[in-house]
Ligand binder design. Structure first.
Ligand code: NAD
Length: 361
């Protein structure tokens, strides 16, 4: 049987890492029917939208997608297609393993964590009012009339909604993930000392769910600033991190830095009966088309996809091939060299080495 999967190569370095991953997945012997999907700024001219309805329909039909990164212009232009996809498909749980493979450049040994990030609300909700608009003026007046707090008249305002529904849903997901994946401890990350209501609600929800798992899964919480320091000093002390959307985004990159860089950090966006797999990293436009960047983050996202599909043996084989090639350190991209000026191989060649290892078994 062939799995029907929607493949969105993305832009920037996306097409190169997506192609490398497609070849690695096919080398495992698992059969795929790929439906190609185009999204991002490049899709506007052809389809009239950065996120064409046909792409959403394809994912809804196939229930599984693999995606390369897509560029989001900074401060102006289109809103994030990546975030829009998560919202449109209600992919509410972002799961990002941060595992250190021997050979990857890192300050610590023994890192094996997983980040579970709430994907649907928080400052990522995209509810923003630009400075000088009638809406923001009205909002500023309203806030003043209700609480007496003053917002400067030339402010732009972004809203941070955090609901009990979404917080409990992600906390439940995290604890269930911990049980199924043999994780021992959940650490909820927040700033509830300052954002007493929004982050406070997130923490309260996590505590309520944690109580259902008492005796099975340990629970603790950390302020996000302290969490950053502790992750840098002793990442081995943490197992599963449960975070609201924005902290989850930032801590994901911090953890990527601990395991050898963004080239090593895979991810999955999961909803009820539907999942989209993509690396943590973005489109790194300065490296686009150079056959230079590390394909491993996307290949490991493919491994997560194989596990999701129940193809455990193929997933184990591909993950081991990646681990072997990284450990040997010969056919690896520049970012995995302790000395970045040392001889390295390109994206395609690293994928070739992984494929040869998968086939050798
Ligand atoms: P980025 O992740 O694209 O790159 C930051 C740096 O990390 C790169 O310059 C490079 O040094 C390194 N890097 C990233 N991927 C690598 C790889 N595979 N191998 C080796 N090194 C790698 O972050 P950015 O520059 O802040 O963002 C670029 C664009 O990507 C922005 O438009 C942003 O919105 C978008 N983005 C998209 C996604 C997504 O598609 N889910 C995620 C994050 C950022």
């Amino acid at each position: 049987m062939a799995y029907s999967v929607t493949l969105i190569p993305g832009d920037g370095i996306g097409p190169e890492v997506a192609e490398a991953t497609k070849r690695c997945l096919e080398a495992t012997g698992v059969a795929f029917n790929w439906t190609m999907g185009e999204a991002g700024e490049g899709a506007i001219a052809k389809h009239g939208s950065p996120l064409p309805e046909s792409v959403l329909e394809s994912i809804r039909k196939n229930k599984v997608a693999l995606k390369g990164p897509i560029t989001t212009p900074i401060g102006k232009g289109i809103r994030s297609v990546n975030v829009a996809l998560r919202h449109a498909l209600d992919l509410y749980a972002c799961v990002r393993p941060a595992k250190l493979y021997e050979g990857a450049p890192a300050f610590h040994k023994n890192i094996d964590m997983v980040i579970v990030r709430e994907n649907s609300e928080d400052l990522y909700a995209g509810i923003e009012y630009d400075d000088g608009t009638p809406e923001v003026k009205e909002l500023i007046e309203w806030v003043k009339s209700k609480g007496g707090k003053t917002i400067r008249p030339d402010a732009a305002v972004s809203l941070k909604p955090i609901s009990r529904t979404a917080s409990k849903r992600i906390a439940k997901f995290a604890f269930e993930y911990a049980v199924k994946n043999n994780r021992k401890k959940v650490t909820a990350v927040h700033k509830a000392n300052i954002m007493k209501y929004s982050d406070g609600l997130f923490l309260e929800s996590a505590r309520e769910v944690a109580a259902e798992y008492e005796g099975k899964i340990e629970f603790e919480d950390r302020l996000v600033d302290n969490m950053c320091m502790q992750l840098v000093q002793r990442p081995e002390a943490f197992d599963l991190l449960l975070l609201p959307n924005l902290y989850g985004d930032i801590i994901s990159d911090l953890c990527a830095g601990l395991i050898g860089g963004l080239g090593m950090a895979p991810g999955a966006n999961i909803g009820d009966g539907i999942a989209l797999f993509e690396p943590v990293h973005g489109s790194a436009p300065k490296y686009a088309g150079q056959n230079k960047v590390n394909p491993v983050a996307t290949i490991l996202s493919g491994v997560l996809m194989l596990r999701y599909l129940g193809e455990t043996a193929a997933a184990d084989r591909l993950e081991k091939a990646v681990a072997d090639i990284v450990k040997e350190g010969k056919f690896v991209t520049y970012d995995l060299k302790a000395d970045r000026t040392a001889a390295s191989v390109g994206t395609r060649e690293m994928a070739d080495a992984i494929i040869a290892r998968v086939k050798k078994g």
